[in-house]
Design a binder for this molecule. Structure first.
Ligand SMILES: NC(=O)c1ccc[n+]([C@@H]2O[C@H](COP(=O)([O-])OP(=O)(O)OC[C@H]3O[C@@H](n4cnc5c(N)ncnc54)[C@H](O)[C@@H]3O)[C@@H](O)[C@H]2O)c1
Ligand SMILES: [Zn+2]
Length: 377
């Protein structure tokens, strides 16, 4: 099957924008959108990328934007989550102001979620906000972070503690750029993709299992369908609750214990997606233990989907952190309601999430048997 170009809309009134999923390299499509945004002016454009993505795709994107008459500069950040800091953000702001970026100019993020979050936050703050275009180059960024308008950087006391809501004016998701994505980053994106299935679309999960081999190879037709499904789901959630007054939190399914695994094992031991995979199993098991789901095999279903996609699926394995350590790490997270309770994303069933406040003591009680049974008899 030849993948075709698809355009979806994120409907947020005057902040609405298109998400274009294209089989081709992103340059021409990015240039076309910038030409529309700048409406005949010779706009200034700052393209922000990282040290892995820049050498691969930077020149193509810059040349395409130059070709529609914009004064374009490329800034290359050191790659990796460790650089998602105010220091890096500040270097982007310096580059933007040095390039003369004003209100009607454009900042482009060419990279994964790290580049998108930093460049988006710079776009939100330079001149109190300039137009922003997302060109996500990881599967994770295409299915999740490039849509929805959350931008920001980490602080030493926690992830994403500094930031702003700033919607892009367009998102260009090129399937071609995914060809160079390392295997581990692919799996990481697949984990966040199926997270969308668990909160909104069980049919997507069944197709993902059936097409697991094609997905792991990022076969373009199958992958672009997955990206489109995820963008549709995320757009609907964001349209209903742009600023996370409530229901948008369902996007954090699997993340309470996911973040705990990341903290406890040290960032990098598991990718974010792998950690979220383990967190999704625990959230499903909790849903059954709390009687929110009456399907006793819900946890097993989550495990099967993860297994099919080559993701870790056993949070209770003897080599994993203890329940005490996981709870201590989760309590340190910013999502807590108060010292004793947490907003937990549970499932009534695949596709039907429920946000409930639970005391940590109850969570511990409900999960204890799982951790007990992992001890050798
Ligand atoms: N804003 C949101 O709503 C939101 C949602 C989810 C996650 N996030 C954030 O996203 C970040 C994770 O994003 P990520 O997983 O994309 O990480 P990333 O941006 O660090 O990219 C992962 C790695 O892949 C490399 N890379 C990117 N594209 C490539 C390509 N096409 N070919 C080869 N290499 C490529 C990068 O240089 C990097 O080394 C986290 O900081 C997380 O907090 C934000
Ligand atoms: Zn995540």
């Amino acid at each position: 099957v030849t993948p075709v170009q698809t355009t979806l809309d994120v409907a947020l009134g005057e902040r609405s924008y298109p998400v274009v999923i294209t089989p081709d390299l992103p340059g021409p499509m990015v240039a076309e959108h910038i030409a529309t945004l700048s409406a005949g002016r010779r706009a200034r454009v700052l393209v922000v990328t990282d040290s892995n993505v820049g050498p691969l795709y930077g020149a193509d994107v810059v040349a395409a934007i130059e070709a529609v008459g914009c004064d374009t500069r490329l800034v290359t950040l050191p790659a990796g989550e460790a650089h998602k800091t105010v220091v890096t953000w500040s270097s982007v702001v310096d580059a933007a102001l040095d390039h003369g970026i004003r209100r009607k100019d454009v900042i482009v993020a060419l990279g994964g979620g790290v580049v998108g979050d930093i460049a988006g936050f710079a776009a939100a703050s330079v001149n109190r906000g300039v137009a922003f275009v997302q060109v996500p180059t990881t599967l994770l960024a295409q299915v999740d972070s490039s849509v929805g308008g959350k931008t920001g950087v980490n602080h030493t006391t926690g992830k994403n503690l500094i930031g702003a809501f700033w919607q892009p004016r367009a998102v260009i998701a090129s399937q071609r750029v995914l060809e160079t994505l390392p295997a581990r980053e692919r799996r990481c994106g697949l984990a966040e993709a199926i997270k969308h299935g668990f909160i909104a679309d069980p049919a997507m999960l069944r197709s993902a299992v059936d097409a697991a081999a094609d997905l792991m190879a990022l076969e373009p037709a199958v992958t672009s369908k997955l990206v489109a499904d995820c963008v549709r789901i995320k757009a609907a959630v964001v349209e209903a609750d742009e600023r996370e007054a409530g229901q948008r939190a369902v996007l954090n399914f699997g993340h309470t214990f996911g973040h705990a695994f990341e903290r406890e094992l040290g960032y990098g031991a598991l990718t974010h997606g792998e950690a979220v995979a383990l967190g999704m199993v625990m959230a499903a098991d909790l849903s059954v233990a709390f009687g929110v789901s009456d399907d006793p095999s819900l946890g097993l279903f989550v495990t099967e989907v993860l297994d099919a996609l080559g993701l870790p699926a056993n949070p209770y394995a003897p080599n994993r952190p203890s329940l005490d350590r996981l709870i201590a790490a989760a309590r340190a997270d910013k999502k807590a309601v108060d010292a004793d309770r947490v907003n937990f994303i549970l499932l009534r069933d695949a596709g039907s999430p429920l946000i409930q406040v639970h005391p940590w003591a109850h969570i511990r009680e409900a999960l204890e048997p799982r951790f007990e049974s992992r001890r050798p008899q």
